[in-house]
Design a binder for this molecule. Structure first.
Ligand SMILES: [Fe+2]
Length: 395
């Protein structure tokens, strides 16, 4: 390994300037990295972004991010890269095993392959001059490995490079651990709310699976609107939880066959507000609550509970309201049989601009629904539907 960043035969002042320059680059990059490692960023962008940044800061030809093989038969698989990874595809397992072995041997979680012979000197297949690699997570069982290959200008990796990669992998390990914990907590929360929703749907044999189907239709519509992944997730959750307030409505009213009395209808009309109150107490559901509150508003202002109209109704509410109505039309109910999909679409067209947002209705009317039909059938088959109670997309 070279003396940190010191070009050969240079003046000491030049070397100091070079070292300062490298330190500045390193600090600047670590600042960007800390900003990137927040839960609000899309985790799918993380490794491609990291490879791109590292290739620039370390001044190398190629950076790879590897993880333990999940899909392939080998030891490791590529999850992101910068530069041409093609020549390295055949030696990914070799890089993985040598890095893990060397990290275990030295205990410093780092493999540096210098040009000069040394204890960490390996022979690599053609084209590879030098490699710097560090595991993310425990040396014995890393969750991923970052690999920098071929210093530009035929330099060797130096102590700056090694220290930088170690800082990055240490930070990334904490970030990925936090991400996993966050994902587990999020899934636990969704699992609990989903169970609650299913138990409400189960109060009425005619609405089994309704909330999940509404969520799927709403997400399908959101995808057609080209929203970002966070907005699509919010609309999906709003669909899943839209009727959660029915927990505060008596079962005798929810499942009553035939027409409802006025006071019973008033009781039903309270469920958007009850749902919003329930979710209002959960910080993570802040984006979902407005859609739950407004999923019975109508575009012309004749809905409830607030009588909002047009774009004053949150997009989540307008989307779920359409999805809710469409699923209700294509499912059997106590008071009527399911409409065939074409007849349901005619109803959507008839009420676009009055009951429904015309732009969202247009998405349902003009897009190919084959993928949506498949997803809805899966829900119907999964839930324990009383024979003859749900007729989804039979055509
Ligand atoms: Fe509702």
């Amino acid at each position: 390994m070279n003396t940190p960043g010191r070009p050969k035969n240079s003046h000491p002042l030049d070397a100091m300037c070079h070292a300062l320059d490298q330190s500045y680059e390193e600090l600047s990059f670590l600042h960007r990295l800390n900003d990137k490692m927040t839960l609000r960023h899309n985790k799918n962008d993380f490794f491609p972004w990291l490879c791109r940044e590292l290739a620039g800061v370390l001044q190398v030809e190629i950076v790879l991010a590897l993880r333990s093989a999940l899909k392939s038969k080998g030891l490791a698989e590529l999850i992101a890269s910068e530069g041409s990874a093609q020549p390295l595809q055949g030696i990914i397992d070799l890089i993985w095993s040598r890095t893990v072995k060397e990290s275990q041997r030295t205990g410093i979680c780092l493999l540096i392959d210098a040009i000069k012979p040394g204890p960490a000197r390996f022979v690599w297949p053609g084209g590879l001059r030098n490699i710097l690699a560090a595991p993310i997570g425990p040396c014995q069982q890393p969750s991923a490995i970052l690999v920098a290959v071929n210093k530009r200008s035929c330099n060797e990796f130096d102590a700056f490079d090694a220290r930088l990669l170690q800082s990055v992998t240490a930070d990334a390990a904490v970030y990925l651990e936090n991400l996993n914990l966050y994902r587990d907590m999020h899934e636990l929360l969704l699992g609990s709310l989903g169970a609650l929703t299913r138990s409400i749907d189960a109060k009425d044999p005619y609405t089994h699976g309704h909330s999940e189907r509404v969520a799927i239709i709403a997400r399908w519509l959101a995808q057609k609107m080209n929203l970002n992944s966070e907005e699509i997730e919010t609309i999906y959750l709003t669909g899943l939880l839209h009727d959660i307030g029915k927990i505060g409505v008596r079962e005798a009213v929810l499942g009553k066959p035939g027409r409802l009395e006025h006071h019973e209808f008033d009781e039903i009309r309270r469920h958007p507000r009850i749902g919003a109150d329930i979710l209002g107490g959960i910080k993570q559901m802040a984006a979902v609550t407005p859609g739950v509150l407004s999923h019975h508003e109508r575009f012309d202002g004749s809905g409830y509970p607030q009588g909002l109209s047009g774009r004053n109704i949150p997009l989540t509410g307008r989307t779920v309201q359409l999805a809710d109505s469409f699923d209700a039309m294509i499912s059997n109910r106590t008071y009527r049989c399911a409409l065939p999909p074409d007849a349901a679409l005619c109803e959507i067209r008839r009420f676009a601009g009055t009951q429904f947002d015309p732009d969202i209705a247009d998405l349902l009317l003009t897009c190919d629904m084959n993928s949506l039909k498949d997803e809805l059938r899966c829900v119907t088959q999964r839930v324990n539907v009383t024979p003859g109670t749900a007729v989804i997309m039979q055509n």
